[in-house]
Structure formats: structure tokens, C-alpha cells
Design a protein around this ligand. Structure first.
Ligand code: SAM
Length: 215
């Protein structure tokens, strides 16, 4: 993700605190109260400029979506897009995924989306990959029993690594595709990165991985 310095970003985020939630720790265990309903909550970790989360929310009005993004200068682009809609089932968090368990309780989240996560190809950076075991543990700590991770990427190395990591962790792999756009998967919402890479002819890899009761 190319980062541009946007001096206005901080203030713009603060001015929209109904959509980019400040101090999200205060809602731990109470996110349904914030949304004002008991609908399931899905999160996207590394939401980028927000096209996926907004598209998913338009497609599924009875699911609540939370987009999580580390950088202010990136999340403001998602915020701008969100403000052009009347969606009530999306919120954004400007936080690091390392802090997920401080923000959500066990059983609070039904699904985690990881889309085109940074590959961190050097092995000394393995721990930063969002499919590394310590992240899988964090997701497990906030997901419902048999909660799911839906992961897509154009990066074959990261995909292979992630399948291994999911499987070593004991996740059940489902709906594996090595060419999502030429598969029978329905209802795909493209991310910004997905549009860019698929326009260059690169296949998109996708998998759904489910936590199991017995480990
Ligand atoms: N998902 C978007 C897409 O497919 O267009 C963006 C993909 S971009 C390669 C990865 C995004 O994940 C970046 O915006 C980055 O800032 C964010 N990110 C990476 N590590 C993160 C972390 N630990 N917590 C929150 N966001 C993170």
C-alpha cells in the first residue's frame, strides 16, 4: 500500500467518530449495542481503502461489518467511500490487528476476512504475516465456536504458507480455489488490490478455513 502523507487525515477521522470508532476497547463485549441489533459481526483485518467491506455490507444488510486498518492515511479513503453511502452496518477501526483481543470478546465475531494481506516474504518477518500462528490464536480468541477465516490473495507464496499455517493450527479448509474468478464461487466482492492484480491476468487464490471444536 503506497502511503501518502495526509495531514488532514487525523482531523477528518476525529470529525467522523460515529464511523471510525475512537477508543474501541470501550465496546469490548458490547459491539452489538453499538450497532443496535444482534446481527452477526464480520471483521476485515487490513481493510485498506474499504471497497470490500462496503460492498459486502451492501450485499448483506443483516450482517454488521467492521473494517480494521493500521494507517490513518489509508483508512480515510475507506471513510470517504463509506460516507458516500447510507450504510448503517459498517464501522471502521484505526488500530493494529495485534490489539484485536483487547477490542473484542470471545464469541463476538463470526467471520474474519483477510484480503491481499502484506506477504512479508522474508522469513525473519514471518511473525508479521496475518496468517501466522499467533494471529490465528487471536482470531480464535474473538470468534464464535467454529468461526471462520476467509482469505484471498494473488500471492502464491503467502497462500501456500497460509494453507500450511491453517492446517498446522488444526483449521478445516473449505472452498479452496486457485483461480477464484474462473470458479463457481458466487457473490465475490472485489477489493482494490484484487481489481489491480486480476486486471494484470494474475489468478486469485481463495480459501475458507474453519476453527474446529476438537483440537
Ligand atoms: N485489503 C485491501 C485490498 O485488498 O485492497 C488492502 C490490501 S494491502 C496490501 C494490506 C493492508 O493491510 C494495508 O492497508 C495495511 O496497512 C493493512 N495492515 C497490515 N498489517 C496490519 C495490521 N497489523 N493491522 C491492521 N492493518 C494492517
Amino acid at each position: 500500500m503506497r502511503l501518502r502523507n495526509k495531514p488532514w487525515a487525523k482531523e477528518y477521522i476525529e470529525d467522523n467518530c460515529d464511523l471510525v470508532i475512537p477508543n474501541p476497547q470501550q465496546y469490548k463485549g458490547k459491539w452489538n449495542e453499538l450497532f443496535g441489533n444482534d446481527h452477526p459481526i464480520h471483521i476485515e483485518v487490513g481493510t485498506g481503502k474499504g471497497q470490500f467491506i462496503i460492498g459486502m455490507a451492501e450485499q448483506n444488510p443483516t450482517i454488521n461489518y467492521i473494517g480494521i486498518e493500521l494507517f490513518e492515511s489509508v483508512i480515510v479513503e475507506a471513510l470517504k467511500k463509506l460516507k458516500e453511502t447510507n450504510l448503517e452496518n459498517v464501522r471502521l477501526l484505526n488500530i493494529n490487528a495485534n490489539d484485536l483481543t483487547e477490542i473484542f470478546s470471545k464469541n463476538e465475531i463470526n467471520c474474519v476476512y483477510l484480503n491481499f494481506s502484506d506477504p512479508w516474504p522474508k522469513s525473519r518477518h514471518e511473525k508479521r504475516r496475518l496468517t501466522y500462528a499467533s494471529f490465528l490464536k487471536k482470531y480464535e480468541e474473538i470468534l464464535v465456536e467454529e468461526g471462520e477465516i476467509h482469505f484471498k490473495t494473488d500471492n502464491q507464496g503467502l497462500f501456500e504458507y497460509s494453507l500450511k499455517s491453517f492446517s498446522q493450527y488444526g483449521l478445516l479448509l473449505k472452498f479452496l480455489s486457485l483461480d477464484l474468478h474462473n470458479s463457481d464461487f458466487e457473490g465475490n466482492v472485489m477489493t482494490e488490490y484484487e481489481e489491480k492484480f486480476s486486471a494484470k491476468g494474475q489468478p486469485i487464490f481463495r480459501v475458507e478455513a474453519k476453527y474446529q471444536n476438537v483440537k
